[in-house]
Each structure stands twice: as C-alpha cells, then as structure tokens.
Design a protein around this ligand. Sequence first.
Ligand code: UDX
Ligand code: UDX
Length: 479
Amino acid sequence: MDKPIKQICCIGAGYVGGPTMAVISLKCPDIKINIIDVNQERIDAWNSEDLSGLPIYEPGLKEIISKTRNKNLFFSTKIKESIESADMIFISVNTPTKSKGLGAGKASDLKWVEKSSRDVARFAKGHTIVVEKSTLPVRTAEVIQEILKSAESDSSKDNINFSVLSNPEFLSEGSAINDLLNPDRVLIGGDDKEAMISLSKIYKNWVTEDKILFTNIWSSELAKLTSNAFLAQRISSINSISAICEVTGADIREVSRAIGKDSRIGSKFLDSGPGFGGSCFKKDILNLVYLAEYFGLTEVANFWESVVEINSWHQKRISEIIVKKLFGTVANKKLVVLGFAFKANTNDTRESAAITICRNLLNEGANLVINDPKVSASQIEIDLKINSKISLDNENSSLNEESGSWEHSKNISNLEIFNDAYAIIILTEWEEFKKLNWKEIAKKMVHPAWVFDSRSIVDTDEIRDAGLSLWRLGDGLRD
Ligand code: UDX
Ligand code: UDX
C-alpha cells in the first residue's frame, strides 16, 4: 500500500525549495509542510510580514505565500523536529561546482546533500520517503541511499527505513510558479513503486496523469542534466550563428524565425542573447562533462564542453565589439549598463553574462553605471568583486590597476543616468528597457553615441530617428 503523505519537510528554502513548496501547499491544503534552512536570515525573510521582503522575487509567489504561510506552510530552522515528523523529505539544497579537490571546476560539490542526508539519517522516524529535488550528478541517489542505510542498520532505532526518489525540478526562474502549476511533465525516478505512487498522488492534485512519468532513478537524474544541456546547447548554437550573421549580412532574428518554423526544431530557446546564465546550465553541462570523462568518453565530454566554451567566447566577443565600436578604448568613458540579472523577471545574478561583460569593460578602464530593476547594489558588488570560480578560460584575474569604476543607479525614469554617457549596453530584457524615450536620451549623451542591444528589444527605427548608432547582436546589415 502506498503511504498517505500528511507531513512534508523540505531542506533548503532557496529558489527551488521555496516556490516548489509554496505551490504544493496551495494545491494540497491537507498536507503540512515545513521548509527548513540553516540560514536564519533567509528564514526570517520568508517569514517577513511585508511580503515584498521575501528573499526571492518570482511573479505570483507572494500571492501564494500570503494564502498558505502559517496555515499549512511553515518556514523555520527547526531541523530535528521537522525531519522527525515528516513522511516525505525533499532535499533542495544547493550543489555548486567544486572549486577545489577532485573534479574541481566541473563536478558538483555534494557536501550539502551529504549533510542533509546525515541529518535525515539521524532524525527521521518510521518509513520516510526521501526525494532528491536539487539537480544532482547521476548516481547521487546512491550516496544518499548509503548514508541512510547506516541509520536503517542502527539497532537503537526502531522500524526506520527509507525510499529514495529522484524528482528533478524543471522550473525556470521568472516563470517558476507557472512552470510548477502547469508543468510539461513531472519526472519521478525510483525503484520503490509504492513510494513513487505516494509522490505522484501529491502532484495529481493539479497535474494530469499523462504528464507524470515514472523512470528508474538513474534515468531521472540523467534526464534532468540532459534537458538543461539540450536547452543550453540551443543557445550556444544560435549565438554561434549570430557571429556568422554579422559577417555575412544575415539577421539572426530572421534566421531564428525561419528555423523555428520547422516543427521538428520548434521556436523556443532560439533567442540569441549575451550568453546563457543562471545557476543550472553551466553547472549541469560541466557535470555531464565530468561524468563522460570519468567513464573515458572523451569525445562526448569534448562535445558538451564546447557548449560552455562557446558561451564564454560569445561574452568575450560582445565585450570586444563594444570596445572596438567606441574607437578602440572605453577608458574613462561613462557606459550605462541596463540589466544585470541573468534574465528578466528575477533578481538572480548567478552566472549572469552581465558579470563577465562588465568585468571585461572595467578591465578596459570603463566607468559603468549599472541599472537593474531587481538587483541590488550590494549584489552587484559581490559579483563584480569575486572571481569566477569555474571559468573555463582561466580568466580569474582580478581587475588590473587601470581598471575602471562602477556605480549603481536605481532610477532610469528621470533619464539622468544617461547624462554624458558614450554608450548604453542592454544586457537583460526587462520590460522597462523596451519603453525608453530614445529621443530624450540621445540629447543627454556624448555623440557619436551608441546603443548595444544584446537582447534584440529596441525599436531600430526609433534609435535611428533619435540619431543614435545601434549595434544589435547578429545584425549583419548594420555591421
Ligand atoms: C538550486 C537547486 O536546488 C539545484 O537544483 C540547482 O541545481 C542549483 O541550486 P537553489 O534553490 O537555486 O538550489 O539554491 P539556493 O537558492 O542557494 O538555496 C539552497 C538553500 O539551501 C539555501 O537557502 C541554503 O541556506 C540551504 N541549505 C544549504 C541548507 O538549508 N542546508 C544545507 O546544509 C545547505
Ligand atoms: C533553466 C531551465 O530552463 C529549467 O528547466 C531548469 O530546471 C533550471 O534551469 P533558468 O536557468 O531559470 O531555467 O532560466 P532559462 O529561462 O532556462 O534561461 C537560462 C539562460 O538562457 C538565461 O540567461 C536566458 O537569458 C538564456 N536564454 C534563454 C537565451 O539566451 N535565449 C533563449 O532563447 C532562452
């Protein structure tokens, strides 16, 4: 008989754990959910009375939190009690790429997953279903199982046993709530059919049966990495073609539209941009690369590694174009950067192309003024100061002595930010950047003044009429 789930514990109140549990709490009012985290500050933010103080910005999230928080959804640091009382435990902790030791730069660091598994082994009671929610290297379930086995064989504990399932997240930041409410599929990997049915029953409260897929646990783990690798590969593919467009007179938007009409290819994930960012794509591909290398599949490893290499090259390419267009130097020139998040509708900057591009321009001596509707100055400071730990091209250098400066500007509506700027560089596709008054902006800039649009969001006629020079990614006619 499958086990009815009355209490859930989720370890990790981050971008994945928070929204996922919020949606489960909304759709399953009879299940009590405790989200726990080691970070007291984060938990306080989740519990803040003012819902704009939630630690994560995600459209639709605060509306759900306002309905379920302290009813059947609770945020705390009470690890022991929450694990003890749970029938099902989701592990949603972060798994960053290792910065040192075996597999450094590629393999995921599983120390938090291991710690969470040890906590589960220590405190769980009775039969507990443990669900891997974090994206993990293939065969991580084995690690979790092994740790849990030690608790099962501990004679001081009564009747304790575990089933480990893989249930990867496919939520995309900025549309996480919608992705959770209307998933393309829910993947459940495991070998304990009853546990799998218990988990599927939770999702069946709002997801139709045909979208719930059962696989073995390794297929589920690998499918998650492969999904992200395929999506990232499409972006590297289209970005590589944007470079060809620029030298041949083709236009990447027209090429994307034309190939996207082929139903075998499909139109999604074909927008050329400044290079993919986010916490998952690079990390997941590098995990795949590590796995392939580990099993001696060098050609496979090289194939996937090139997807990340093209992404880094592309960001460097954009930085170089900006410098070249500004007569070969940006030293002491004011450049306005619009957008710092790795995509619109999120405050997340992890692996954002803006970090690399801004650092490259700072290295060339530029004075940057950065605006992003959701990213704070303190976050930008952290990102621009720290060196990328997993850079493939070893560009770990700190800024050189002649490096430029940067400042944060909160407001673009009064247009003062554009005073005496030589160029505007659009790196994130926020709605507010699509509605700018280019005629007024042009009056404030130093001419010849440039707009570099890496997201294809500006109206080219408006820019031209305002007397501004425009560079768009993959626009061969303009170059
Ligand atoms: C994600 C996903 O879970 C993973 O699939 C993806 O590949 C990248 O990281 P995310 O929710 O985006 O996690 O990460 P983050 O926002 O950093 O949240 C993780 C939370 O776990 C943090 O709040 C951290 O404090 C917490 N944590 C970490 C614990 O509570 N216990 C630990 O031992 C470690
Ligand atoms: C991704 C996956 O989509 C999600 O399924 C997974 O579980 C987590 O990782 P996320 O990283 O939130 O989600 O964002 P996504 O929308 O996939 O975008 C990733 C990056 O690719 C962004 O930097 C985005 O700007 C870029 N991108 C996306 C493009 O450059 N062009 C596109 O056409 C689409």
